[in-house]
Design a protein around this ligand. Structure first.
Ligand code: MEV
Length: 331
C-alpha cells in the first residue's frame, strides 16, 4: 500500500443542454485539458488535513472521527464529504484497520475556480480516486459516479451530475440526469473558442431561480426543455458527422432558449453576439449562465477575428482543448 498518491481530473465545458438536463433531458459535455491535481498522503495520527489554496483553504485539520460533521468551510465541503462518503461505503473492518491513521489532502488547480470548469466536481472525483488508489480498493466507474453524485447532492442538494461524469470518463459525453445515460461520443477535436466573462456564476442560486420560474410557468418552461432536448439530439448527430456549420446553428438555437429561460447576462450575450458577428458558425453560454464562460465555434480562418471580438466585448479568451482524458493516476 502506498503512502502517497497523486491523481488528476479534467475540467469541463457544457456544449449543449444546460438547465434542461436538470429536468431529465440529455446534455453534451466535454472534458477540457485544464486539470485539477490532488495529492493524498497517509498520516499516522487519525486526522483529516486539507490544503486547497485555490479555494482559500489552508491548514484545515480535524479528527477523522469528525469528518462530515459540524461546520465545514465552503472550500472544504466537496473533499470532506467525499471522504466521509468513501469511509461510509467501506466496511467497518476496513475503516478500523486501514484508515486507522489519517489522511492529508492537497489540491492544486491549473484553472481558476471562477471559470466554471467544475473545480468542485474535479476535486470530488480526485478525492475518491486517490482514496481508492491509496487503500487499494477497486471502485467500478458506475459506482464511482454514484458515490460522487451522492456527495454533490449532500453538499448542494441539486445538480444533474454531468460535471462528475466528465471528470470520471473524460472525452465528450451524451449524458442524462443522475447518470441514467453516460454515452461517450466519438467526435473530432472541436475548434472551440472559450471566452470567460470575468464573473463567477453561482450555479446553485441560478438553478433555484429557474426552478421558481418553472413553478410559475410550468407549461412554457416544459416546452423550452423539450426544445432544448431536441437540439441536443440533433447536435449529437451533427457532432458525430463533424458538421461544424450545423453544430454552430444549433448552438445559436440553444442560446435562444437559454435567453428565454432568463439565464444569460448582458456580458454573456454581448460576447456571444460579438463572436457571431465576426464569423463564428455559432456561439452560446456554457454552464449555468449569469457569468462563467461562453463558447463559440468558428472556421479556422475566422478564429483570430472571433477571439479579438470576444476580447473587445470584455471577455478573456481561454486556450483549452476539448476531449481531455478522464481522472487518472499521475506517476
Ligand atoms: C451548470 O453548469 C449546468 C446546469 O445544467 C446544472 C447541472 O446540470 O447540474 C445548470
Amino acid at each position: 500500500m502506498s503512502k502517497q498518491v497523486t491523481v488528476s481530473a479534467p475540467g469541463k465545458l457544457m456544449l449543449f443542454g444546460e438547465h434542461a438536463v436538470v429536468y431529465g433531458k440529455p446534455c453534451i459535455v466535454t472534458a477540457v485539458d485544464q486539470r485539477l491535481k490532488l495529492i493524498v498522503e497517509k498520516l499516522d495520527e487519525p486526522f483529516f488535513e486539507l490544503e486547497a489554496k485555490d479555494v482559500g483553504i489552508l491548514g484545515y485539520k480535524k479528527p477523522l472521527s469528525e469528518v462530515g460533521k459540524g461546520e465545514i468551510p465552503k472550500g472544504a465541503k466537496f473533499v470532506e464529504i467525499a471522504l466521509s462518503n468513501f469511509l461510509k461505503k467501506m466496511d467497518p473492518a476496513f475503516r478500523r484497520d486501514d484508515v486507522g491513521g489519517g489522511v492529508k489532502i492537497k489540491t492544486v488547480s491549473q484553472f481558476k475556480s471562477t471559470f466554471g470548469f467544475g473545480s468542485s466536481s474535479a476535486s470530488t472525483i480526485c478525492t475518491l480516486k486517490a482514496l481508492s488508489e491509496i487503500y487499494n480498493i477497486l471502485i467500478p466507474k458506475k459506482e464511482f459516479f454514484e458515490i460522487a453524485y451522492k456527495t454533490v447532492l449532500d453538499v448542494q442538494g441539486l445538480g444533474s451530475g454531468f460535471d462528475l461524469a466528465a471528470a470520471i470518463y473524460g472525452g465528450t459525453l451524451f449524458f442524462v440526469t443522475g447518470g441514467k445515460m453516460i454515452e461517450p461520443l466519438k467526435i473530432k477535436d472541436l475548434p472551440l473558442i472559450v471566452g470567460f466573462t470575468g464573473v463567477k456564476a453561482d450555479t446553485a442560486t441560478i438553478v433555484k431561480d429557474v426552478k421558481k420560474r418553472f413553478e410559475h410557468y410550468p407549461k412554457q418552461l416544459k416546452n423550452i426543455y423539450d426544445g432544448i432536448g431536441l437540439i441536443v439530439e440533433e447536435a449529437k448527430i451533427a457532432l458525430s458527422k463533424n458538421d461544424l456549420e450545423k453544430t454552430g446553428r444549433l448552438m445559436n438555437l440553444n442560446q435562444g432558449y437559454l435567453e428565454a429561460l432568463g439565464v444569460s447576462s448582458e456580458k454573456l450575450s454581448s460576447m456571444v453576439y460579438a463572436a457571431r458577428m465576426s464569423g463564428a458558425y455559432g456561439a452560446k453560454l456554457s454552464g449555468a449562465g449569469g457569468g462563467d464562460c461562453m463558447v463559440a465555434l468558428a472556421p479556422p480562418t475566422k478564429n483570430k477575428a472571433v477571439e479579438k471580438a470576444i476580447e473587445k466585448a470584455g471577455g478573456q479568451v481561454l486556450k483549452v482543448k476539448v476531449n481531455a482524458e478522464g481522472v487518472r493516476l499521475e506517476r
